[in-house]
Design a protein around this ligand. Structure first.
Ligand code: BES
Ligand code: ZN
Length: 461
């Protein structure tokens, strides 16, 4: 069964070493979106694989056309469930660099936090599971169930390689498991752990509006041709009405409505709109009418402009009609919407919104559908116990608005339950300057994870 007290004492003692291991991984700028960092991505992969091997696992480096996939497993335990830990060793770009208080790839401790790109998303969180498995091995105890690991290096750019890998013959058998364990999300609030039973999906696009063959004098030519920036602005403005409803044709047709029980459950969560707005530095909140802020963030689809450019960006005035305008846009999706269906709807919307003299092109970037799993699964009940023993507090059941594009595909392919056990905090600044991970959460995460294997092992399969 394993002696958890022995493990707890061991974990207490090894905190400095675990912190050092996390720092070492965080020093590697494994930014998957930037081709110049591909060697760093490989270096990070090598370090993670070595750590998995040191945890006593059988490991495998899986080459792909992009960053390698890392696989590891402990010995099978007949009659017990099998867990598959999924995580990612790639990180988002660190810019804007001037807003960081300490350099993004020089992990720095301040006020009980460790600051670095990837601290929470996902190197720190992913490592909690690797270190928990190594704590079982180091205290001479065999794991009470089989634990497999699948760690990728492309989550932040849409998991293309993993998607192709999952489709290969024999892979579903190799990854066969009863439950997929992922720590790449957040607690509900400081001091309030959460188990997440739903994530939104995403559909991401780049738009290019091309007008005249080069920038034109806006005095000589203004009034005679369509300004691509104005066309783009009108196009984007037409995407959402004043009720906050997205105008793609048929966009809401396959949206699964919220359950009354979850609306009630979330209404009971401690949430202050004012404090939330204050935390974000905005004077007020907005969104789709008829839904609360938590509902809008977790369980309703949204449209966002992620980047927007056109014309003169320098100092002072320059009177031109820009030749081009562009935007990066994305839709967060909920079950049962699919990225392919949204792409079709966007193309239809483009056909309906044409402007004289403007050529519109759409580039389809990464995507993945959303997921909602059964919040009453016995694995969730088992995870509750592990979390409570480490965080001294019952976890609340939530959904989250972010996306882990491959999760739905893994669930489909492997037919397993999913446990989204976020150890991070909403103000950890994932994807932003000064990303951090609270050290207390790192250590509690390792402890909760090491208890998790005992609890999951008791679930009948
Ligand atoms: N860790 C996040 C996913 C996440 C964020 C889950 C917030 C729960 C709450 C993940 O690494 C991520 O950022 N995913 C991207 C995917 C996209 C680039 C395809 C996202 O959600 O934007
Ligand atoms: Zn991320």
């Amino acid at each position: 069964m394993g002696d958890l007290d022995v493990i707890d004492r061991y974990l207490q003692k090894t905190q400095p070493d675990h912190l050092e291991q996390l720092k070492e991984l965080l020093r590697i700028p494994s930014i998957s979106a930037v081709p110049q960092h591909s060697t760093d991505v490989q270096t990070a992969a090598r370090l993670v694989l070595d750590t998995l091997a040191k945890a006593g696992l059988q490991t495998e480096w899986i080459e792909t056309e992009g960053p390698p996939l890392l696989y590891a497993e402990s010995p099978p335990v007949p009659g017990k469930p099998v867990a598959l830990v999924y995580g990612h060793y790639d990180v988002q770009p660190a810019d804007p660099l001037d807003l960081w208080l300490s350099p993004p790839f020089e992990p720095t401790e301040r006020d009980g936090n460790l600051f670095a790109r990837g601290a929470t998303d996902d190197k720190g969180q992913m490592l909690t599971h690797v270190l928990s498995v190594s704590s079982w091995a180091a205290t001479g105890q065999p794991l009470p169930m089989q634990v497999k690991f699948l760690i990728e290096g492309e989550e932040e750019v849409g998991s293309q390689q993993l998607e192709s890998y999952l489709a290969k013959p024999g892979v579903a058998e190799k990854l066969a498991c009863d439950v997929i364990v992922i720590s790449d999300s957040s607690q509900y609030a400081e001091g309030q752990p959460a188990i997440t039973y739903g994530l939104r999906g995403i559909s991401y696009f780049e738009l290019l509006f091309e007008g005249p063959k080069q920038d034109l004098h806006s005095g000589s030519f203004g009034g005679a041709v369509t300004n691509p920036a104005i066309a783009l602005a009108r196009f984007l403005a037409a995407m959402v009405d004043d009720q906050g409803r997205i105008q793609l044709p048929g966009f809401y047709d396959s949206v699964r409505p919220l359950e009354l029980s979850e609306r009630e459950m979330w209404a009971g969560l401690d949430f202050s709109e004012d404090e939330f707005a204050k935390q974000l530095g905005v004077a007020g909140l907005s969104g789709e009418q008829g839904f609360s802020t938590l509902e809008r963030k977790w369980a309703r689809p949204t449209f966002d402009i992620n980047g927007l450019w056109s014309g003169y960006q320098g100092e002072g005035a320059k009177t031109i009609i820009p030749a081009k305008a562009g935007a990066k846009i994305s839709f967060r999706l909920v079950p049962d919407q699919t990225p392919a269906e949204v792409a079709r709807q966007l193309h239809e919307f483009v056909a309906q919104h044409q402007f004289p003299g403007i050529k519109i092109s759409v580039r389809d970037l990464q995507g993945g559908p959303g997921v909602v799993v059964n919040p009453h699964s016995p694995f969730i009940a088992a995870a509750q116990k592990a979390i409570e023993s480490s965080f001294d507090k019952q976890a609340v059941l939530i959904r989250e608005g972010g996306s882990i594009p491959i999760v739905a595909g893994m669930v489909d392919k492997l037919g397993a339950d999913v446990l989204l056990l976020g150890w991070g905090l909403n103000d950890d600044n994932a994807h932003s300057p000064n990303e951090k991970f609270r050290l207390a959460d790192f250590y509690r995460g390792i402890r909760a994870s090491s208890h998790l294997w005992s609890q999951l092992a008791e679930v009948p399969v």
